[in-house]
Write a protein that binds this ligand. Structure first.
Ligand SMILES: Nc1ncnc2c1ncn2[C@@H]1O[C@H](COP(=O)(O)OP(=O)(O)OP(=O)(O)O)[C@@H](O)[C@H]1O
Length: 498
């Protein structure tokens, strides 16, 4: 299945020729820059592109800026072919000795204005969580203002999470079939339907897909998606503002309630009580309830028995990590949807390396295509191996926590942790904060509200916006791509050593 492309077989010889040529070229560089360039490492010569790894952004800027012409010409002469330089930052390389980083070498913070480079052929914007869908249908006779507002944010479905974009495999065939059945006959097939499974395996996607499908089948049906954290927060706010009636109406006057990550109800007695009544009202009226959880109800120990018991009334089904074929199919679909160009062997390579989390799988594809895009290169195996090298440590994933990401990001941008997580909205801070939030989303299993909490109690929509923004900038701004890559390396290295 995995036939290696011809270039890869040549890479060894070309690589050693590159090593020799590179050593000579480095010695020709002016003495004041030589120490920097010496700290680099030739990775491979791929067709006419020499890929050079350097330990920091400053060296990359030197090589890509004032040294580029000189180095490309010298390399071309030595290798007897026209050579282009592509520089990648590998923070695992030893930093140059005996030289201090010039002041302007600190990572430059940049506020995302209009992108300088547009690569229209590619969109990597990845909406992982639901934006508020303002086009939800209004219920018949919705008269008062509360209800009007309620209808405007009624469904909250992510347009990308549909059954059409969901890839079916042996790991999710059953939950998928149950989800379709529920959408076709809400309140009749299985009630409640509960889907459980590890993070990033498509539970949220299925919830939204039910919402979309049911709305396409039944005119005027009232659907509401909510995470259990949002449910909790809204409940607390309703008590604070003495608006319990409005809260109750919002969740009890629906035909289909989709509630995500119910494990977050654990230990929250009052919210559980409220949810118990919501559940009963809906169930008694034959309204559909669909729930997701990271564990089967039996193992939600800090949940009241009567709730656990009700969760077991309907159908309980789990999503498993996808097998290789399904992972490849998911990547193909993702590439087609987002117009990302990657040959089959690269998709197979990514799918073979990332096995347990579909969010990470998609993230890896985005990184690889973004890297190629920024370097104006084709996506191929050599490039994929380089980009994924640090994304996939040998010997298993170390645990990465939000505080670790926050500390590393703060240090990287020369900020304090208080600044990074505090209220200031200075432009430079906002960008660093968005990068930190993005990394929390990519590298930890934390939910959006949980990440928001780590940043001074910010709302989950702020985290959602940050994730989308950085995803977009990864494809458009080399600087952001490099900052995110360097930081990812640092965070992973730190996690391995702690
Ligand atoms: N079978 C699938 N086909 C296509 N895409 C999928 C599939 N399963 C998951 N995905 C994608 O993987 C990403 C993560 O999925 P999702 O957010 O639904 O996971 P989850 O199980 O709800 O995770 P968490 O418990 O962390 O919230 C999403 O972008 C989703 O579209």
């Amino acid at each position: 299945m995995n036939e290696q492309p011809a270039e890869r077989t040549d890479a060894g010889d070309a690589g050693s020729a590159l090593d020799t040529a590179w050593r000579d070229v480095v010695e020709e560089v002016a003495p004041q820059q030589r120490a920097w360039v010496r700290a680099s490492k030739p990775v491979t010569l791929h067709e006419s592109t020499a890929i050079i790894a350097v330990p920091n952004a400053f060296t990359r800027a030197q090589l890509e800026g004032r040294l580029r012409d000189q180095v490309e010409e010298a390399l071309s002469q030595r290798l007897g072919q026209s050579v282009r330089l592509a520089v990648t930052v590998d923070a695992a390389l030893p930093q140059p000795e005996g030289v201090t980083l010039p002041p302007d070498a600190e990572p430059v913070l940049e506020y995302p204005g209009e992108p300088t480079n547009r690569f229209d052929a590619m969109s990597t914007s990845r909406q992982v969580d639901p934006p508020v869908d303002g086009r939800a249908r209004r219920p018949e006779g919705a008269a008062d203002r509360d209800e009007e507002r309620g209808s405007a944010i009624e469904a909250r479905l992510n347009p990308k999470y549909t059954f059409e974009t969901f890839v079916i495999g042996s790991s999710n065939r059953f939950p998928h079939a149950a989800a379709v059945a529920v959408a076709e006959a809400p309140g009749k097939a299985y009630n409640p339907l509960l889907v459980y499974g590890e993070s990033g395996l498509g539970k949220t996607h299925l919830l939204h897909a039910i919402g979309h499908y049911v709305r396409s089948l039944y005119n005027g049906v009232r659907v509401r998606y909510v995470s259990s954290e949002e449910f909790t927060n809204e409940f607390i706010n309703a008590i604070r503002d003495d608006r319990q009636d409005r809260f109750k109406r919002r969740y009890r006057d629906v035909d289909v309630l989709l509630i995500d990550d119910i494990q977050f109800l654990e230990g929250k007695t009052q919210t559980q009580e409220e949810f118990f009544h919501t559940f009963n009202t809906l169930h008694n009226a034959n309204k559909q309830i669909v729930l997701t959880s990271d564990r089967p109800p039996k193992r939600l120990e800090a949940l009241e028995d009567r709730l656990r018991n009700r969760f077991e009334w309907g159908l309980i089904t789990d999503v498993q990590p996808p097998d290789l074929e399904t992972r490849i199919a998911i990547l193909r679909k993702k590439a087609a949807m987002d117009r990302l160009t990657a040959p089959p062997d690269v998709l197979e390579f990514i799918a073979s390396k990332i096995q347990t989390n579909i969010r990470e799988l998609e993230g890896a594809l985005i990184r690889v295509t973004a890297f190629a895009n920024l370097n104006r290169q084709e996506v191929d195996m050599t490039l994929a191996e380089i980009v994924l090298k640090d994304l996939i440590p040998e010997g298993g994933e170390p645990e990465i926590t939000a505080p670790l990401i926050i500390a590393q990001t703060a240090a990287y941008f020369s900020l304090s942790i208080e600044e990074l997580t505090g209220p200031s909205r200075g432009r430079h801070l906002v960008m660093a904060r968005q990068i930190a939030m993005f990394l929390c989303r990519e590298l930890t299993p934390l939910s959006l509200p949980k990440i928001g909490q780590q940043f001074g109690g910010r709302d989950h929509t702020t985290v959602m916006y940050a994730e989308r923004k950085i995803n977009q900038l990864l494809a458009e701004r080399r600087q952001v791509f490099n900052q995110v890559s360097e930081l990812t390396n640092r965070v992973k290295m730190q996690a391995r050593h702690s």
